[in-house]
Design a protein around this ligand. Sequence first.
Ligand code: ASP
Ligand code: MG
Length: 322
Amino acid sequence: MIYKLSVKPRVVVKFGGSSVRDSFGKALELVEKLHDGNEVVVVLSALKGVTDSLLHLANSKDERIIQKIAEKHERVIEKLGLDSEYVENLLLELRQILRKEKSFPNKKAFIDHVLSFGERLSVELFTEALRNQGIESIPVDAFHVIRTDNTFGNANIDFRETAKRVKALEDLLKEGKVPVVTGFLGGYKSFRTTLGRGGSDYTASILGSLLNAKTVLIMSDVEGIYTADPRVVRKAKLIPFVSYEEALIASKLGMKALHERTIKPVKDRTPIIIGRTSDWKLGTLVSDIKSGVPIITYKIIDENFARIGVVGIDKVGGKGLQ
Ligand code: ASP
Ligand code: MG
């Protein structure tokens, strides 16, 4: 008997919210390139700003927000010449859910369900756009794959159950298909959960680890990890190599480039590459190679306090902090 061995390397690529809106074309092109020679899993965030709008909607039930969300998606649909049917159906479902808050065990469970629509919407658009490009892609609702506990808003992964369900993705990959998975989302029994804000990075690393991917690509609107937050410190420098340990600590201390739970599943096993979708600049490799420079982080504690951290302080040497 002849066994067909998969010789294609496996790659998980995650696109952040701005990649799906402003750089949609670039993201699609990158998937096409990667698919030529690799097995590819796409993990997607909601369109930029949509999760915030949904959060607002869950609290206010203000119908105008749904209209705003609809328009944001319509613009992408028009730009890419897609079919808007999925969006209409999902928004209809969203309207129904808003009337059923009482059927949820608590407010957080209700909010998680409302938030799930962001990624479910973007995944439908992305899948269809890939198909139009001739790539066989399948939308995957992470509710069915990433199983969690009932810590709504910041759920913990049931790795055993998730590992079993990830097999379905593997089957798709072996058929040459590209699964497009909703980031940030999980499932507990019949309820929807979320993994914490910015949690799509975590979805990508969980899948990268369970699928034995060669690498996990985290694509967004920043090129990589910087010596400080580049949006705050203009002179911040891009760091080409960052160790797992450094990235783990920096993200826990508030570094925005990676969700704080991203590193753990891939640590010492699967390198993470961080890059920018708009020009495919891949700025940072997270692996066992140390950065050699300190990373300054900050985490807002409340309106009066932020905690400043320095990772790799031994590298500051005798000068200390000034
Ligand atoms: N859409 C979610 C958020 O805005 C998750 C993510 O983007 O990673 O937090
Ligand atoms: Mg992020």
